[in-house]
Write a protein that binds this ligand. Structure first.
Ligand code: ATP
Length: 769
């Protein structure tokens, strides 16, 4: 079994056997397991006319933590999930995902058959056994719930009659499902029966790729609660949660010939899968300090898994593919995604765009609702005026109309108006989701285009460089080398391949959007027709009541939308701040690197530096050594994290980051910082003039413009240092002093995060991002 390090996502791959239908259609096996961790996928298409294709290798290899092929039994469990159990009993969260296209074997791995039980049942069996074998004196209870998320709607698979369930956030910020059934049983047979029955309740339908395709995400949640049997004031309660998720198929709409309803499902499925991927990426980026924003709110799936993903969760993703040549495209897309899931990527840009886009959509809905409210208000006013006139009208006329519209009929009309409004709101929200989905597709496409153009630019540069080197070679040799160029890396090929399907999906989403917009127009017409049905003059009071009610509903909806958009705005501001902090942190790391490298260079060469600069170096290193900068950062993290603050206030026990910051230390830090900044500011003013003129000189010499980029500045400074090395300055220098030696020494002793190597590595990583 493979290690499941804390917070790190592990990715396994399972290739199912060829099925009868695939054999019948003469499909060949194109996905082969090479060794325990490697799989090779062969392109079945031999298109020698296609120059691009024939130039590329027909084989692609992918590496995962563990790979299984058709020979694997349900022991896949042992190598992927078994070692999560101890953690769950110890009070940690764990999550296992089954991911892959429709019909690739996700449900088979997770649920399995009566004769070959899958991960659900094997996990529960081992969990119960481990609890029984435990020697700790603990009272233990295990609860189980099984739900599905279909088109962003939650249903209880163990109690389908309970209708749609809502997600609620409790006072502690934990997400719960209101009204969910929780079973507590230790009998494996009973559990299998429950799960099989529950699975039959799942929204399944036949797609071209799978006769009983699960259209929803199914989540089996197991909670293990343990309490100390010994009555104690500090009674320990441990809660470990294990989520086992059978995700809906990831098929692209075009490949399963899905239309209409299927398309909408596809949009929802992709959206929640995308949201999940974003969260996992952001979380693995988070590391120690955690400036990265994790957006759980994008889908119900991620909101529900927030606890499992964001806490001490160990996450395993089991990717599934078919080995058949007929499913080559699907398998390749899946492998590319799974391969990405192993990597760390930031999504800051995407989130920022997402929010502003959402906001524009909210604004549109708000404007729409406002104009509707205005219209209704005008109508109510008109009604009141008519009523006043009507009071003088012929009493017999009024009586005739009263008889025409019974009270029941009025109630029916009222209900019709309200349900038409509800439907309209639902379409509006679906439209929002579709637009969002489309935007994500658009961002993905742009990202791929950018990857390709970056690579093409690098290749062009490389070619230019080679032209210089090969000047001595014959024309023929030169031509050959130019044509071949450096081989295209896998990520660029993958980006090229993804663009086509992404564009196709974008077109489909746009079509669906147009359909929905038409539906919205029809609904609006329908509502106004119902309103017209209301009696002209009679029962003015009732009619006015209905209009007032409708107005109220609109107002409430408006309020809700405004609140949602305000929340979004706040999230946006926070995310922007996170982004700025991240950029500044990168900048700071870069500066640290430059300082360290320059200092090392100066020391290595025994160069003389101006006294002012030497003092600034001392200041800089003394701040690093006494850790005051880190304490300030910790303090800031603490002060700007409301959850930590409220927890601290509740327990009155200091939480980790503040432990090091007592009020006295705080005072010291602040006064130190003040004095340091005053000295630094004084010193800087001397240096700035000098440095500015030097940089300006350098800029002129190296042809840099005023907007000097970081990279060019670094290399310019490096050149400058080399220059200094050759011609040490004549003024005010002094040889390496005691202080210098001390700082050199202390640099060696710096905590790991201040080490130069680590810094430059992380900077490289952030640069790539
Ligand atoms: N490893 C395997 N060995 C034998 N049969 C398998 C294996 N994997 C899948 N199958 C069979 O293939 C069929 C489709 O599998 P399954 O329903 O698990 O796919 P799925 O990925 O859950 O599809 P969907 O996303 O549409 O629900 C089932 O009949 C299943 O029994």
């Amino acid at each position: 079994s493979f290690e499941t390090g804390e917070g790190k996502q592990k990715v396994a791959l399972r290739i199912r056997p060829l099925n009868d239908a695939e054999i019948e259609e003469g499909a060949t096996t194109v996905a082969h397991k090479i060794d325990r961790q490697m799989v090779v996928l062969m392109d079945p298409c031999e298109d020698s006319d296609n120059v691009l294709r024939s130039n590329r290798s027909r084989e692609k290899t992918y590496m995962f933590d563990v790979v299984f092929d058709y020979t694997a039994t349900q022991d896949v469990y042992v190598a992927t999930t078994k070692n999560l159990i101890d953690g769950v009993i110890a009070g940690y969260n764990a999550t296992v995902f089954a991911y892959g296209p429709t019909g690739a074997g996700k449900t088979y791995t997770m649920l399995g058959l009566d004769s070959e039980p899958g991960i659900y049942i094997q996990t529960l069996n081992d969990l119960f056994r481990a609890i029984e074998d435990s020697t700790e004196d603990l009272d233990c209870s295990v609860y189980m719930s099984y739900i599905e998320i279909y088109n962003e709607i939650i249903r209880d698979l163990l109690n389908p009659s309970s209708g749609y369930l809502e997600l609620r956030e409790d006072a502690k910020g934990e997400i719960r499902i209101a009204g969910i059934t929780e079973f507590s049983t230790c009998n494996a047979k009973e559990i299998m029966a429950l799960l099989t029955k529950g699975n039959k309740q799942r929204t399944q339908e036949s797609t071209a790729a799978n006769k009983t395709s699960s259209r929803s995400h199914a989540i089996l949640q197991v909670t293990v609660k343990q309490k100390s049997r010994v009555k104690d004031i500090n009674e320990e309660v441990r809660v470990g949660k294990l989520f086992m998720v059978d995700l809906a198929g990831t098929e692209r709409a075009s490949q399963t010939q899905n239309r209409g309803k299927r398309m909408k499902e596809g949009a929802h499925i992709n959206r929640s899968l995308l949201a999940l991927a974003n969260c996992i990426n952001a979380l693995s980026e988070k590391g120690g300090k955690g400036a990265q924003f994790v957006n759980y709110r994008d889908s119900k799936l991620t909101r529900l898994l927030k606890d499992a993903l964001g806490g001490n969760s160990r996450t395993v993703m089991i990717t599934h593919i078919s080995p058949a040549s007929s499913n080559f495209e699907e398998s390749r897309n899946t492998l590319v995604y799974a391969d990405k899931a192993k990597n760390i990527r930031t999504k800051v840009k995407r989130n920022l765009m997402n929010v502003s886009y959402h906001l524009a959509q909210y604004t549109r809905i708000i404007a729409d609702l406002r104009s509707e409210i205005d219209r209704l208000r005008a109508k109510i006013d008109q009604q009141s005026q008519e009523q006043q006139k009507g009071e003088k009208a012929d009493i017999r006329e009024i009586q005739a109309e009263v008889q025409q519209y019974s009270h029941g009929e009025m109630a029916l009309l009222q209900e019709q108006i309200l349900s038409a409004f509800r439907e309209q709101m639902e379409i509006r929200r679906s439209l929002m989701e579709l637009e969002n989905c489309n935007m994500e597709l658009h961002v993905d496409t742009s990202r791929h285009l950018l990857t390709i153009s970056d690579w093409e630019r690098d290749r062009a540069r490389a070619r230019q460089g080679r032209v210089k080197v090969t000047e001595e070679k014959t024309d023929r040799e030169k031509e050959e080398e130019q044509e071949s160029g450096p081989e295209e890396p896998q990520y660029v090929t993958a980006a090229r391949e993804e663009i086509g399907p992404l564009l196709a999906e974008q077109r489909k989403t746009m079509e669906l959007k147009r359909e929905l917009e038409e539906k919205l127009m029809t609904m609006k017409l329908k509502s106004s027709k119902i309103e017209e049905l209301l009696p002209k003059r009679i029962s003015n009071r009732e009619q006015r009541d209905i209009l007032t009610l409708l107005c109220k509903v609109h107002e409430l909806e408006l309020e809700k939308t405004e609140i949602q958009s305000a929340v979004l705005c706040k999230e946006y501001v926070l995310r922007t701040k996170d982004f700025i902090i991240q950029r500044q942190e990168q900048q700071r790391m870069l500066c640290d690197d430059i300082i360290h490298q320059q200092k090392a260079l100066i020391e290595d060469q025994g160069l003389c530096v101006p006294e002012e600069l030497q003092e600034l170096y001392s200041l800089y290193f003394s701040e690093l050594n006494d850790g005051s900068v880190d304490q300030i950062v910790d303090l800031h993290t603490f002060a700007t994290n409301p959850r930590v603050v409220s927890d601290t206030l509740k327990d009155s026990t200091p939480v980790c980051p503040t432990e090091a910051v007592s009020p006295d230390t705080l005072r010291e830090i602040v006064s130190d910082t003040k004095s340091i900044s005053v000295i630094a500011a004084k010193r800087r003013s001397h240096l700035v003039k000098e440095t500015t003129s030097r940089v300006a000189g350098l800029a002129l010499a190296t042809g840099l413009k005023s907007s000097v980029s970081m990279d060019s500045l670094v290399s310019a400074l490096a050149d400058d240092s080399a220059e200094v090395k050759r011609n040490p300055p004549r003024h005010g220098g002094r040889s390496q002093s005691k202080q210098d030696l001390k700082t050199t020494e202390s640099r060696r002793e710096l905590p790991e995060r201040h080490q130069h190597k680590k810094r430059s590595r992380s900077f490289e990583a952030s640069k790539k991002v």
